[in-house]
Write a protein that binds this ligand. Structure first.
Ligand SMILES: Nc1ncnc2c1ncn2[C@@H]1O[C@H](COP(=O)(O)OP(=O)(O)OP(=O)(O)O)[C@@H](O)[C@H]1O
Ligand SMILES: [Mg+2]
Length: 151
């Protein structure tokens, strides 16, 4: 499986998909989120966090690049939109290699620092309530995850 496309017709549908991924996520998984402003990256992260058993409210880490939450596994939520130099070593590896699940919004800005295996997700705005999510699994673990989702 190279990629999987899913259309959602409401924020709730996107949240439900993200929740499922949160439930299935395993230690060390990295999920990258791409999409324009308002596409649904943070909404997706919130849904994933719930599925991961995070009870605290997840909000966009505007002034901090990384926020950590406790759940069944830790969630590391990164929003690298404001990282000025995408090649600068800000210690991302410690998170990618950690026991938690990392979600990276605007991941392409630190493309060269991303691990080779990850689940890439692009959210495309189709209309006010409609989004196309393209899931690109890189690595066996993520291909399996996508297969589970599509069941
Ligand atoms: N099908 C849908 N899936 C996801 N979000 C949707 C959908 N339909 C409408 N929305 C709305 O789109 C908005 C997405 O906002 P969100 O903050 O998650 O975007 P973002 O990609 O994180 O943007 P930013 O880059 O500005 O942080 C929410 O208000 C959500 O209710
Ligand atoms: Mg956001």
């Amino acid at each position: 499986m190279n990629l999987m496309e899913i259309i959602t017709y409401s924020p709730e549908e996107t949240s439900a998909l993200a929740y499922k991924i949160g439930e299935l996520a395993q230690p060390g998984m990295v999920i990258t989120l791409e999409g324009d402003l308002g596409a649904g990256k943070t909404l997706f992260t919130k849904g994933l966090a719930k599925g991961l058993g995070v009870t605290r409210n997840v909000n966009s880490p505007t002034f901090t690049i990384i926020k950590e939450y406790k759940g069944r596994l830790p969630l590391y939520h990164m929003d690298v939109y404001r990282v000025e130099d995408g090649d600068e070593d800000l210690g991302f590896d410690d998170y990618f290699e950690g026991e938690g699940v990392t979600v990276v919004e605007w991941a392409h800005l630190i493309a060269d620092q991303l691990p080779s295996e990850l689940l890439g997700i692009e959210i495309l705005y189709l209309d006010e309530h409609k989004r196309k999510l393209t899931l690109k699994p890189q690595g066996d673990m993520y291909v399996e995850l996508c297969k589970e989702i599509s069941k």
